[in-house]
Design a protein around this ligand. Structure first.
Ligand SMILES: Nc1nc2c(ncn2[C@@H]2O[C@H](COP(=O)(O)OP(=O)(O)OP(=O)(O)O)[C@@H](O)[C@H]2O)c(=O)[nH]1
Ligand SMILES: [Mg+2]
Length: 344
């Protein structure tokens, strides 16, 4: 609890220790998060994703400094910095220097994959809460585009910047990973390289063809999400039309190494924020995200409770039978859940 008070008063060591607790997923962290929660919901959360080596970290470095220069307090979270390309160590050398120098307006943190991807997504979402609650009004989250994780950031971030670079392949990298759908803004980085115009044109063409759907369409809608969006108490039916999507992701060329295009990128992000606010989409995204989070927590808790009740000997026995193809996994699971597991 002292840690929470310290963090709320801006003590960066307290903030860092809180995030470490969260990574370790202790019960202490839950109590801390409960205390911090009322203070969250202020920050603009920007996700930056894209294929390895496209220049995300360099871009995040420039963006963070530019936001700082505009008097924002900036939190930077690098998720899964285990990329074979850069090792993540170069994330924001310059912002990290400011961070280390004790600029209270910058906080940089790397989140490592420990165990499951799901665990990482949870820890990241909670680390964002800590920074949000402690007054960082712009939070930039970098993840390497490797599949499922991008969709998870899309659920965490308000604005998703997908970074492309020319010459990594013969065409736009994002197609493979399916990250076009989650982009709110495209940055074609390394615009000093040949082919940047072609990459930008390819993206525009795909947008013309309607390939890049608005990100909320790929959000995973669970049961609770449907319940939540069915609750129109605070959202009169008329709002439905207001949330109709007409945002076309802008394509911005950048040269992160030189800081070129950063003001334009910030402008595109600000435009997207304004769009979210003016269409009520911001509230809708927040609601969807929180419903998804609650559902995930419930699922985890129920799972733990159920597993506690399962008789370990029966589990081991059934497991062997599944392996031996004597029984299929569905039937085995049902038998375990109903306690009806003495059929040998
Ligand atoms: N020519 C050129 N190189 C750049 C530019 N931006 C970044 N780079 C270089 O591209 C390489 C990768 O940059 P990073 O910022 O580490 O890229 P990343 O996307 O964060 O990489 P991972 O985190 O490993 O996926 C580095 O050598 C950068 O110096 C740019 O605008 N132009
Ligand atoms: Mg990086």
């Amino acid at each position: 609890m002292e840690l929470v008070e310290g963090a709320l008063s801006g003590d960066r060591r307290a903030i860092a220790r809180l995030i470490t607790r969260i990574e370790n997923d202790g019960d202490d962290a839950r109590a801390d998060l409960a205390q911090l929660y009322p203070y969250t919901g202020q920050a603009h959360i920007i996700g930056v994703t894209g294929a390895p080596g496209t220049g995300k970290s360099t871009l995040v470095n420039e963006l963070a400094q530019a936001y700082r220069a505009a008097d924002h307090r900036v939190g930077v979270i690098a998720v899964d910095p285990t990329s074979p390309f850069s090792g993540g160590a170069i994330l924001g050398d310059r912002i990290r220097m400011r961070d280390l120098a004790g600029d209270p307006g910058i906080f940089v943190r790397s989140m490592a994959t420990r165990g499951s991807l799901g665990g990482l997504a949870r820890a990241t979402a909670d680390a964002i809460k800590v920074l949000d609650a402690t007054g960082f009004d712009v939070i930039i989250v970098e993840t390497v585009g490797a599949g499922q994780s991008e969709v998870e950031i899309a659920q965490t971030a308000h604005t998703v910047v997908v970074v492309e670079a020319p010459g990594l392949g013969d065409d736009v990298q994002a197609i493979k990973a399916g990250i076009l759908e989650i982009a709110d803004v495209f940055a074609v980085n390394k615009a000093d390289r040949e082919g940047a115009d072609r990459t930008a044109a390819a993206l525009e063409m795909m947008l013309d063809l309607g390939y890049a759907a608005p990100s909320q369409k790929v959000m995973h809608h669970g049961r609770l999400t449907e319940v939540a969006s069915g609750n129109t108490a605070h959202h009169p039916a008329g709002d439905e039309t207001a949330t109709e999507d007409n945002w076309r992701p802008p394509v911005v060329k950048t040269i992160a190494l030189r800081g070129d295009g950063i003001p334009e990128l910030m402008q595109a992000i600000a435009d997207h924020r304004r769009y979210l606010e003016s269409t009520n989409e911001l509230a809708r995204r927040n609601r969807t995200r929180l419903a998804n989070e609650l559902e995930r927590i419930l699922r985890d808790e129920l799972m733990i409770r159920l597993l506690d009740q399962v008789d370990q000997a029966s589990l081991a026995r059934l497991m062997e039978r599944v392996v031996a193809r004597e029984i299929d996994p569905y039937t085995a699971a049902r038998q375990l859940m109903t306690g009806d597991n003495h059929h040998d």
